[in-house]
Design a protein around this ligand. Structure first.
Ligand SMILES: [Fe+2]
Ligand SMILES: [Fe+2]
Length: 199
């Protein structure tokens, strides 16, 4: 089964890069959001690769555990890790999951947009609104740092624009996302990934 084999490949890298359990839980929640949105888009003939979305979401924070210790940029290092393991198709998704280089072209939502947006709807492992996530990020990274605050707000507006475009396409209210994901039985496939090992 394609989904499961994509997941297994990612779990192997989680182990190899000693991902912390809380980052695994976060990544699973981001994957559920991203997968849900990608399926909805595909169902209205706006095609995105489910395989790329799943792998990109599961691995978007692959470098985070190491970067917490070393202070390196987890987006850049994440890209390098993907390339090192031949995952060229998701290297850009991982690199741009915090900040998109090309926010949106002609209303065409792609896998990078989906993973970046999904990451902004998940605080720790809980689905929240963009505004709740913004408040948390400002508290953590922008205290007495006007330069950081400006950058974060700019990024928030990009995410808000993305939200409007995605949700208008799929015909859902953004605030309903967490309850819809809770009810979506097909997403339970991702729940056990935190305990799965590579063998
Ligand atoms: Fe991240
Ligand atoms: Fe993340």
């Amino acid at each position: 089964m394609e989904i499961l084999s994509a997941c297994k490949e990612c779990i192997r890298l989680w182990d190899l890069y000693q991902m912390y359990p809380n980052i695994k839980r976060h990544s699973i929640a981001v994957t559920k959001v991203a997968f849900f949105l990608a399926n909805k888009l595909n169902s209205i003939n706006h095609f995105v690769s489910i395989n790329k979305v799943i792998k990109g979401a599961l691995l978007h924070d692959i470098a985070k555990s190491r970067c917490i210790k070393t202070g390196e940029d987890h987006c850049k290092l994440g890209r390098e890790i993907c390339e090192k393991h031949g995952l060229y198709d998701i290297a850009e998704i991982v690199e741009e999951h915090v900040r998109l280089k090309d926010p949106l072209q002609n209303g065409v939502v792609n896998e990078k947009h989906i993973v970046c947006y999904a990451d902004k709807r998940v605080m720790h492992s809980e689905i929240v609104t963009l505004e709740e996530r913004l408040e948390d990020i400002l508290k953590r990274y922008a205290q007495n740092r006007p330069d950081a605050e400006e950058r974060i707000l700019r990024n928030f507006h990009v995410a808000k624009n993305l939200e409007q475009i995605i949700f208008e396409k799929i015909g859902i209210e953004p605030v309903l996302l967490s309850s819809l994901i809770r009810e979506a039985k097909e997403l339970s496939i991702f729940d056990s990934l935190g305990e799965m090992d590579e063998h």
